[in-house]
Ligand binder design. Structure first.
Ligand SMILES: N[C@@H](CCC(=O)N[C@@H](CS)C(=O)NCC(=O)O)C(=O)O
Length: 215
């Protein structure tokens, strides 16, 4: 049995919840509240000294960093495959995951927003503009990549759900949360909407997790 250290609104934990559901892997959720700073304190730091959510534990061994967790799951349970077969196609899917995981998410993470607010004292409007700008740049890049490589179908790669979709959907959740305009990415949004209707994505949806706080 896996233990997944998760927080409902963490889009990186959301990625892992989706992948585990797609692969039919059951897990025991352990809730770590980011607003209560539980990720920065014991006992969580003993599990993941990076102080970031999520972390996955199997057989007492910890896997940190969501993209590493997704690759770990893919190697551990290869079917259903969340990466394509061809080397070039796999690189394409990984590049899409990295648009989300390396180009958008780190710039808009909680601690970055807090730094803007508390250390640099930027206004609420400027903080929101920052958030939306990096989201727009990243999603434009996602959309352009879908167009340029012509490998997308119903999903980001052909008609198969891959790790690209697993990363995309939580980022769109974040985009909606911060009311980012999404009309400029029709291909990307059609794929995200298709994914959102699939049961493994529905079960991973933040607002219906047990630790979700109604605000
Ligand atoms: N690159 C890491 C990022 C993990 C991460 O930043 N998680 C967020 C929640 S989505 C977090 O723990 N934020 C706490 C903070 O920024 O203090 C991953 O993909 O796992």
């Amino acid at each position: 049995m896996f233990k997944l250290f998760t927080y409902w609104r963490s889009s990186t934990a959301y990625r892992v919840r989706i992948a585990m559901n797609l692969k039919g892997l059951a897990y025991e959720p352990v809730y770590v509240s980011i607003p209560k700073l539980e990720h920065k304190a014991q006992p969580y730091l003993a599990v993941n000294p990076q102080g970031l959510v999520p972390a996955l534990v199997e057989d007492g061994k910890v896997v940190a960093q969501s993209l590493a967790i997704l690759e770990y799951l893919e190697e551990r349970t290869p079917q259903p495959a969340l990466l394509p077969e061809g080397r070039h196609e796999r690189a394409y899917v990984r590049a899409l995951t990295q648009i989300v995981g390396c180009e958008i998410h780190p710039l808009n993470n909680v601690r970055v927003l807090k730094y803007l607010e508390q250390r640099l004292q930027v206004s609420a409007d400027a903080k929101l503009a920052w958030y939306r700008d990096w989201m727009a740049e990243g999603l434009a890049s996602y959309e352009a990549t879908l167009q340029a490589y012509a490998m997308a179908g119903d999903f980001s790669y052909g008609d198969q759900v891959t790790l690209a979709d697993v990363c995309l959907v939580p980022q769109i959740y974040n985009a909606r949360r911060f009311s980012c305009p999404l009309d400029a990415y029709p291909r990307t949004m059609a794929i995200a909407s298709r994914c959102e209707r699939l049961e493994p994505f529905i079960r991973a949806f933040p607002d219906t997790q047990e630790d979700a706080v109604v605000s």
